[in-house]
Design a protein around this ligand. Structure first.
Ligand code: FES
Ligand code: FE2
Length: 425
């Protein structure tokens, strides 16, 4: 699966984390590989190996200056391509410099995110043409944070439409959830929606149909899932949102949350709501986190976490808030970070899925698992994932709408331009 992920452009960090040329580098771990990101004097972002090839010092300690990152130990210097451009402690440096390059991965900035491609040179894919990556900056809110679980647990929460009626139910705005969410909920109170998954060239589009209180009228939530791990979550209008799940290692994932409005910039009230942590991102603090192998990454650490029981309040849990936990992502993480792992793994790591007892509402999750496993097996057999080379496939939307259509296909046909193209609504 790691090799499959390496066929795609992946979100690596936020552009604003390395805003300044020659500013402080950031430590990252992606797909179990220790990396450092820095913006050079000319504004290019490099993502290179974390360690200097000389005596393996961490380049994070280095000096970011004059178009390169200079190791603090003996001064060797590397540019954003990973080429060694200076070897000040060697007399005939020019002859050996060429051999001292470090791993470097192509980067690209779009949607306020630095993307990285960590696969074979000759297979560089197209950037996914996700709607939010092509909007002006004030119309996109993007953030990232650390989740202590295998990436798949997080991603599966996105496409599990059924849990929204339970885990995220909060019937009193004073419990913290915004009015928008509580007024949206009447449409979700039916906890057993009829689900249809329609496979597409990019993954699938899933429809969850619920009966409204009007006879002959249905409430449809349409969620998109795009390989290998992007989601677009159902909403009736802008702002829309979704998440991308980028593995740090088997036990940690960086969640990238994007919320966007193709029609206008966010206003102050909306930005304030985002900062409260009621949806995504959660309440969090920028900080460093030491991974089990000792490597420290620069990330954003959720305030509610397994170390403080996600700040659960049993009083509001008995007073109508389903979990007693404040924010939507905090509610998700309390589940996803504490699932029992397969033997030999720590809690929150890869789940022993043979123990699950899946039901009809799990079809979207089952389908995503099958598509990913098929792609990974095909790649092992030498067949490349076609999606990686077709960025335009990713130009689709989510939707929530009431409609008299009972079946998904005719419903989707009726809303085709809104869902399957990026035409203005
Ligand atoms: S360890 Fe980096 S220059 Fe010596
Ligand atoms: Fe959720």
């Amino acid at each position: 699966m790691g090799n499959l992920f390496r066929r795609f452009w992946l979100p690596a960090l936020l552009s604003r984390e390395v805003a300044e040329p020659d500013g402080a580098p950031k430590r990252l771990r992606i797909l179990s590989e220790d990396l450092v990101a820095f913006r050079d004097t000319g504004g290019r972002v490099g993502i290179v190996a974390a360690y200097c090839p000389h005596k393996l010092a961490m380049l994070f300690w280095g000096r970011n200056e004059e178009h390169g990152l200079r190791c603090a130990y003996h001064g060797w210097k590397f540019d954003t391509d990973g080429d060694c451009v200076d070897l000040p402690n060697v007399a005939d440096a020019d002859t050996i410099k060429r051999k001292m390059g470090i791993t470097s991965y192509p980067t690209h900035e779009a949607g306020g995110v630095v993307w990285v491609y960590m696969g074979p040179d000759h297979l560089e894919p197209e950037l996914p043409a996700l709607e939010w990556t092509e909007l002006p900056e004030p119309q996109v809110q993007v953030s990232r944070w650390l989740q202590c679980s295998n990436w798949a647990q997080g991603m599966e929460g996105e496409i599990d439409s059924s849990h929204v009626s339970f885990l995220h139910r909060a019937n009193k705005p004073e419990h913290g959830l915004p009015d928008a969410f509580t007024s949206y909920l009447p449409g979700l109170i039916d906890g057993a929606p009829e689900l249809t998954v329609k496979e597409t060239p990019y993954g699938y589009v899933a429809g969850a149909r619920r009966q409204t209180d009007q006879p002959g009228e249905y409430f449809w939530r349409v969620t998109q899932w795009l390989v290998p791990m992007f989601s677009l979550i159902a909403n009736s209008s802008y702002p829309r949102s979704g998440r991308a799940w980028v593995p740090v290692d088997d036990d940690h994932v960086t969640t990238f949350g994007y919320m966007f409005n193709a029609e206008r910039p966010f206003n102050d009230a909306e930005l304030a709501e985002l900062e409260r942590g009621t949806f995504f991102p959660p309440r969090m603090t920028p900080g460093a986190h030491r991974l089990p192998n000792g490597y420290i990454i620069d990330t954003f650490l959720p305030d509610a976490n397994s170390g403080n029981d996600y700040l659960i309040d049993r009083d509001i849990q008995t007073d109508g808030n389903y979990t007693g936990i404040f924010g939507v992502n905090e509610q998700d993480r309390c589940i996803q970070e504490t699932l029992p792992a397969a033997e030999g793994n720590v809690q929150g790591s890869i789940v022993d899925r043979s123990r699950e007892r899946l039901v009809a509402s799990d079809v979207p999750v089952i389908t995503a698992r099958r598509i990913l496993l098929d792609l990974a097996r095909a790649l092992e057999a030498g067949i490349e994932p076609t999606q990686a080379g077709q960025g335009d496939l990713y130009a689709v939307r989510s939707l929530a709408a009431t409609s008299p259509h009972r079946e998904f296909e005719p419903f989707l046909d009726a809303f085709h331009t809104r869902v399957m193209t990026l035409q203005p609504e």
